[in-house]
Design a protein around this ligand. Structure first.
Ligand code: AMP
Ligand code: MG
Length: 325
């Protein structure tokens, strides 16, 4: 059986107030270990509708339901042996499973699909909010649809402040990229979105291979995170493998994964040592801050496509595609 995580702390006044908003159909931002989420009661369709409206998110893009424990998860979705094993291995944490849905979940949450995406987060603030509300929460990233996800409360305030009922500040998010999403109802199971939990980890836990790069279906995407134009900054972004690909007269910002030996004034880096977890933690915040000042566009180095580097590469390629379209 899954070990229940004890949420020992009493909820703070802020959490209780936020839970009050949630229970009366409000929406607000909450830190998670991946990025900041925009949360509402997953069992209240009109509250979920407000999330789509605040984000400008198309209604065909289903939401992830966040739960506090396996009991709550079993109320919204149907688990089998494999999905239970994956839950035991990766929950609480940055891992989402698409599972057969139960009737308690409204069509607006699943975009009418017969499956529902479920995740058990580990962040203590998100956990206390779910516990204090006593409800599963939907919580897509707290940003306008299609923009880079927020990893600090300030990012949320800049874009959604005034539009939402509360913002809980839990400091910068640890992972910095959105959760890994696995479709569990197909055979083999499919990786719908790379994230902090790698395909190798999933295959090891399952004891079988998964489809690591399923074909996109643009007409009805299984995960609109898979749409090419997702996660984009406004400035022009191009990716490079070798520095020699950057034109000599390029005046914009150049982002490296690891600190270059002799950095120039327009050089930035995602991690001092080239650590991919640290790079993921910093990516969206750096793109956001450069996006505010960039005039000539940016170049970003392609990270190693291993572990969380797959998620980094995925988000960067989408950002680049948008710039070219
Ligand atoms: P977000 O909450 O914005 O991080 O995105 C959640 C992602 O999960 C979206 O891109 C959804 O398409 C995907 N998702 C949610 N529910 C389902 C589902 N039932 N089937 C496939 N993908 C889903
Ligand atoms: Mg998002």
């Amino acid at each position: 059986m899954h070990k229940m995580q004890k949420d020992l702390q009493q909820p703070s006044r802020e959490i209780l107030e936020a839970a009050g908003f949630i229970l009366s159909g409000g929406i607000g931002a909450v830190p998670t270990e991946t990025v900041y989420g925009l949360a509402s009661d997953a069992l209240n369709p009109s509250a979920a509708r407000k999330i789509f409206e605040a984000k400008g998110r198309p209604f065909i893009d289903p939401l992830i339901v966040h739960v506090i424990d396996i009991e709550m998860a079993e109320k919204v979705a149907v688990f089998d042996g494999d999905s239970r094993r994956l839950a035991e291995k990766f929950w609480p944490g940055p891992f989402t499973m698409v599972l057969p849905r139960r009737e308690i979940i409204d069509d607006i949450v699943t975009a009418g699909l017969d499956t529902v995406a479920v995740r058990m987060p580990s962040h203590p603030v998100m956990r206390s909010l779910i516990a204090a509300s006593g409800r599963p929460l939907v919580a897509p990233s707290a940003n306008p649809f299609g923009y880079v996800s927020p990893t600090t409360a300030a990012h949320v305030r800049e874009q959604l402040g005034g539009k939402i009922d509360f913002i809980l500040d839990g400091g910068p998010c640890e992972c910095g990229v959105e959760s890994t999403i696995l479709l569990t109802t197909s055979s083999p199971k499919k990786l719908l979105r790379p994230g902090p939990i790698s395909p190798d980890q999933i295959e090891e836990a399952l004891g079988e291979a998964i489809d690591r790069s399923p074909k996109k279906n643009e007409a009805h995407p299984q995960a609109p995170g898979m749409l090419n134009s997702h996660y984009s900054p406004k400035s022009r972004l191009k990716l490079f493998k070798n520095e020699s690909e950057i034109p000599a007269d390029f005046k914009g910002e150049v982002i490296f994964v690891k600190r270059p030996a002799n950095p120039l004034k327009n050089h930035y880096w995602l991690s001092e040592s080239g650590d991919l977890r640290e790079a993921a933690h910093n990516l969206f915040a750096l793109l956001r801050s450069l996006d505010k000042v960039s005039v000539n566009g940016m170049y970003c180095q392609i990270p190693k496509k291993e572990g969380i580097g797959l998620a980094l590469f995925d988000r960067l390629s989408r950002a680049e595609t948008k710039m070219q379209s």
